[in-house]
Design a protein around this ligand. Structure first.
Ligand SMILES: [Zn+2]
Ligand SMILES: [Zn+2]
Length: 162
């Protein structure tokens, strides 16, 4: 593991016990660092780092993770996919969009290989977290069309139809 996966831009990761292994077959469309209260509570940390990628670009050589339905204020579904054995959270499906996954960057073997493209919900950012000046930050959500590269927007349209 590790080291060999940079040559072809693939990204390997997995859960704590090793039963779930995955590989992102291409770089993600975009990377969110979310400071909202839900992400803080669900991770037990200051924020979550989510790599947005098409579900069919995630190769799963081992056991598939299992969805756990989360309560949401909006009522829109949020499923967190966890290892069936150790329960590590690998990724989320927000809004019941089966073609799109929000992969938790901390589960990569080399989590430093992806860094946030945007910080969101910074209105609830913990006060000791300092954000870099060079990465856009928003009080709440943001408009992907103003921020994403064209190639990523095209990929997004292909999975979401808009
Ligand atoms: Zn596991
Ligand atoms: Zn969040």
């Amino acid at each position: 593991m590790g080291g060999e996966n940079r040559m072809d831009q693939g990204f390997d990761g997995g859960c704590a016990c090793g039963r779930v292994r995955y590989r992102l077959e291409t770089p993600p469309m975009f990377v969110h660092c979310c400071h909202c209260r839900d992400c803080q509570r669900q991770t037990g940390s200051a924020f979550v780092i989510n790599a947005l990628i098409e579900t069919d670009r995630i190769a799963l050589p081992g056991a598939p993770p299992e969805p756990v339905r989360m309560p949401t204020e909006s009522g829109r579904p949020h499923d967190i996919y966890r290892c069936p054995a150790c329960r590590t959270a690998l990724w989320s499906d927000y809004g019941g969009r089966p073609l799109l996954r929000f992969v938790r960057v901390g589960t990569l073997d080399q989590p430093a290989s992806l860094s946030p493209d945007v910080h969101i919900y910074v209105r609830s950012k913990l006060p000791w977290v300092r954000l870099p000046d060079c990465v856009p930050a928003f009080e709440a959500y943001y408009d992907a069309r103003t921020l994403w590269p064209n190639a990523s927007l095209e990929r997004r349209r292909a999975v979401l139809g808009r």
